[in-house]
Write a protein that binds this ligand. Structure first.
Ligand SMILES: [Zn+2]
Length: 272
């Protein structure tokens, strides 16, 4: 499942193709929206934004909300390019003077009035988004200081989109490593300094992995590892999927566990 940095990168492509542009052609195959084509035609897209794992396309009088769940996928092409032939069904195609953005296979698509956004059950529950630039270390610290999180363990909290939106499975292991925190720690056990480090690393790694797709390790170390022959997949993380290999900081063997049914890897010495 894509994580925050991947979602925001996909949104960036759609934003470049649609924002400020007029919709010249539209195809909607979902029966619940038949007849709604005229809401789009000739209208300008004001803004495209990702919130958690949802994508919002804002028009003057309504917002198209979509959440890709497991199967949904967006593609962006020049409008002259033939759509891809694959085993996904087209849901929506939005065409401007230059591009066509297509949403495939998603089932969670809604046309909302702008005022309905804040009450939408998925959006209302999202915590601060770690990928967007507006989010600060202070925002994350204030959010984690809420009473409801104090007894919970970092390993479960970091996958909760209500805690930090945008952190997914690989970022969970990586942020815990660069923060030096054991996955079983609870929020209430953290010192102020540790909270600051966790917030700083959640922002830093998510943004690096947005800018340099999927790479969470220090970039100099990444180049060095690539230089000695490691593949991109083997060189890009500090601990994630590196179980039974040596920690780059202390040479201990990385431990593999599963929590919430998903992989979590950590260093037993660097993370306390
Ligand atoms: Zn270590």
């Amino acid at each position: 499942m894509p994580e925050g940095p991947e979602i925001h990168r996909a949104a960036e492509k759609i934003r470049k193709a649609l924002e400020g542009k007029v919709i010249e052609d539209i195809e909607i195959t979902l029966p619940q929206f038949s007849g709604r084509e005229h809401d789009f035609l000739g209208k300008t897209v004001n803004k495209v934004e990702a919130r958690g794992k949802a994508l919002l396309i804002h028009f003057d009088t309504f917002v198209m909300y979509s959440h890709n769940q497991l199967y949904g996928r967006w593609t962006v092409n020049l409008k002259t390019t033939e759509p891809r032939k694959w085993n996904r069904s087209l849901r929506v195609a939005l065409t401007t003077d230059k591009h066509t953005c297509r949403l495939w296979s998603a089932t969670d698509i809604l046309l909302l009035e702008p005022w309905e956004l804040s009450g939408h059950p998925y959006l209302a529950k999202l915590g601060p988004d770690v990928v967007i630039e507006e989010t600060t270390i202070q925002d994350l610290i204030e959010h984690m200081n809420q009473k409801t999180y104090q007894r919970r363990r970092l390993k479960t909290l970091l996958l909760d989109q209500g805690f930090f939106a945008g952190i997914g499975n690989y970022l969970r292991s990586e942020v815990l490593f660069t923060s030096g925190l054991h996955p079983d720690r609870t929020v209430s056990s953290l010192s102020n300094k540790e909270k600051e480090k966790l917030a700083e690393q959640a922002l830093f790694l998510s943004r690096q992995s947005f800018d340099v797709p999927g790479i969470t390790i220090n970039l100099e170390l990444y180049d060095k590892l690539r230089g000695i022959g490691l593949s991109r997949g083997h060189a890009r993380h500090w601990v994630f999927t590196r179980n039974d290999k040596e920690c780059y900081e202390c040479d201990s063997l990385i431990i593999h566990t599963r929590t919430g049914g998903r992989r979590l890897d950590y260093c037993p010495v660097c993370q306390i």
